[in-house]
Design a protein around this ligand. Structure first.
Ligand code: DGJ
Length: 641
């Protein structure tokens, strides 16, 4: 941090600590919770001012409850979650920090967040506020992280931790396709089945930074938090800045065990709402079937065929609103293009429901095209640096979602559409990185604050959407998996995993994703062959087995299948109904390593009571006189014997 007279750094000293029962919440930000009812109560207590943070500096040390107090000890020994708060301050710098640790003893998870408060009468500037820090006494570690690109997200890379700093992150405004805010530090030699490993998963969907460093004494430190580059976050007197939360997991039992803890944590203590437990409707999405070129009649034709085969929901993707027949125009105009649909959305939704299906809609609320009524009315609502030509990625600009009036406007337009028809699902997309960061409301390029408040605006939008329409299933998306993180999963229990629907490439993407995220979070569809991204032809059965390792759906025109293929689809739908609980709530085991096993991929699901298992095996390559591939079934399956 920096004070207004230019002094850098804070000498934070311990002032006290307290332990209270229940897991803390964070105003405006996602956080792990113990159960949803307690979460609501905790949030209410913040709103009513019952929980006041950072009151430590004004109190004498003895006023703070101490962990060794009976009440504190009782929280730690009783069942259920509790919060440990440590108050630190530097009166000379005028700053107070409240470190918050959330403990979920049953799952063996610890979370951490911090609140920074300006306790002097001038502005201070926060230059770095990381959420997670772990220190280790020696240097024998490997770093496992998940890098990628659009249509090839979350590739596992395992590298030794070296002397000096290794770092990555995102400055794209989203957590990004390129690096995921989930990392593992593993003792050298750790495998799927044994060895010590530490995970950090950041509940944040914007710019972030990860660092691991081995120092002169071979001690290792790993950290994750909001991007510190150009952060310089101004904090006014009495103002607080909340660090997004990180979830820590440690296990001595290898990478699978680490993944299993995260899977359970996310399924039960991050995702919220009806669909966190309920089976998600099997859907058909029209994107790869039609792209922008559809009519209401065409959509109904796709839906009718899908309904006959047992598909449960039609999702109308991009192109139903404004003037949007390609990606040059229309974003920002959230009113129905009735000419294109040949009627109102109310009528279309009714007809789809008449087929016995649910009905879902695609939105991209954070974006605007210059060729739109919204932009013509409010050109100052999009990020543009005065005097410069903005970068137009996919021909669109980004709306200043940090401004309440912008979120209000977009939300009310979209709510009008939802209110006008029976909508059961929303796919919330986001298709470009943020650039040209400047807003008239700040008056200067207040980069760190704008980027953070943008994310808070997105969360506000999602909170309003989920709050007003609790029955709607919301699926996250950012050009596929460009915002695949625990922050989003707090609002959307599933995320479209990748724009790559090729079954063979998807296996690698879903394998990497599985280290930090449960199968229930992974949106995955059967698409047409030759595949639109790779040109590869794979069997329908292969495509369905891969898509079933996720929230299952179709993304093609099923009318174009042969009768035999249609029968196969019917069977797939029955299979998914039969196995979804095992797939979504069972324990997931990786049985291959994409770096070594290039011919065969395999994974399996084992029920919690270990009475049932489902093994999936996929041939990745074809050879003349192929050598025999053996799948190693010891992990997971042997436990059933
Ligand atoms: C990117 C998404 O990932 C696709 O599934 C599709 O919804 C397009 N956007 C639509 O523009």
């Amino acid at each position: 941090m920096r004070t207004s007279n230019g002094v850098y750094g804070a000498d934070l000293r311990y002032r006290g600590h307290r332990v209270r029962s229940g897991k803390y919440a964070i105003p405006g930000l996602p956080a792990v919770y113990e159960d949803e009812e307690k979460l609501q109560a905790e949030r209410k207590r913040y709103q009513q001012g019952v929980i006041v943070e950072n009151d430590g500096s004004s109190k004498a040390d003895e006023d703070l409850e101490r962990a060794e107090d009976a009440a504190g000890m009782a929280c730690m020994t009783a069942q259920g979650a509790y919060t440990v708060e440590v108050v630190l301050s530097d009166p000379a710098a005028g700053v107070e920090v409240l470190l918050k640790y959330g403990v979920l003893p049953e799952l063996d998870v610890i979370t951490r967040s911090a609140t920074v408060k300006n306790i002097q009468n001038k502005t201070i500037f926060i230059s770095k506020l990381f959420s997670g820090t772990l220190d280790f006494l020696n240097g024998n570690y490997d770093l496992l992280h998940f890098h990628g690109r659009h249509t090839m997200e979350r590739n596992l890379e395992r590298v030794p931790v070296m002397h000096g700093k290794q770092s990555f992150g995102s400055r794209r405004g989203t957590s990004s396709h390129q690096h995921n805010p989930f990392v593992i530090l593993a003792e050298r030699g750790t495998t799927e089945d044994h060895g010590g490993c530490y995970g950090m998963s950041f509940l944040y969907s914007g710019n972030f930074s990860f660092e691991v460093e081995q120092d002169q004494y071979r001690q290792v430190r790993m950290q994750i938090g909001m991007l510190d580059e150009m952060m310089d976050y101004p904090l006014e007197p009495e103002e607080c800045l909340y660090a997004p939360e990180v979830a820590y997991v440690y296990t001595a039992e290898g990478l699978s065990a680490l993944s299993h803890i995260y899977h359970k944590l996310i399924r039960e203590h991050v995702c919220r709402g009806y669909y966190k437990k309920a089976r998600r409707p099997m859907l058909i999405n029209n994107w790869e079937a039609t792209y922008f070129h559809f009519t209401g009649e065409k959509i109904l034709g796709i839906a009718a065929q899908a309904a006959k085969l047992g598909v449960e929901m039609l999702v109308l993707d991009d192109g139903w609103f404004g003037k949007r027949d390609d990606d040059n125009s229309g974003l920002g105009d959230w009113f129905v293009n009735e000419k294109k649909l040949g009627g109102t959305i109310t009528e279309l939704a009714k007809k789809i429901h008449g087929l016995g299906m649910k009905f879902g809609l695609w939105i991209e609320p954070e974006m605007v095209n210059e060729d739109s009524s919204l932009y013509r009315e409010h050109p100052d609502w999009a990020f543009v640096i005065p005097g410069r030509k903005p970068c137009r990625c996919r021909n669109q600009l980004v709306l200043e979602f940090l401004r309440k009036e912008v979120v209000d406007h977009v939300f009310s337009q979209i709510a009008d559409v939802i209110d006008s028809a029976e909508i059961d699902y929303i796919k919330m997309d986001m298709n470009r990185s943020l650039s040209d960061i400047f807003t008239v409301t700040e008056g200067y390029q207040n980069y760190g604050k704008i980027m953070h408040e943008y994310v808070l605006g997105v969360y506000d939008f999602l909170e309003r959407l989920g709050g007003r329409y609790p029955h709607i299933l919301i699926e996250g998306c950012s050009g596929g998996g460009g915002r695949f993180d625990l922050g989003m999963l707090y609002y959307t229990p599933q995320i479209w995993c990748s724009d790559d629907t090729d079954a063979i490439e998807r296996i690698r993407i879903q394998h990497g994703t599985s280290f930090g995220y449960p199968v229930s979070a992974v949106g995955s569809h059967v698409s047409a062959v030759p595949n639109h991204q790779t040109g590869r032809i794979t069997k329908l059965q292969t495509r369905s087995v891969v898509a079933m390792a996720g929230s299952f759906g179709y993304e093609l025109d099923l009318n174009l299948l042969t009768d035999e293929e249609k029968e196969e689809v019917k069977q797939q739908i029955q299979d998914y109904k039969k196995y979804w609980n095992l797939i979504h709530n069972g324990t997931y085991y990786r049985l291959h390593d994409p770096e070594k096993d290039t011919d065969t991929a395999a994974w399996c699901f084992v029920s919690e009571d270990k009475t049932e298992a489902l093994l999936n095996v996929v041939s990745l390559d074809a050879h003349g006189n192929a050598p025999i591939s053996y799948v190693r079934c010891d992990a997971g399956l042997y436990e059933m014997c």
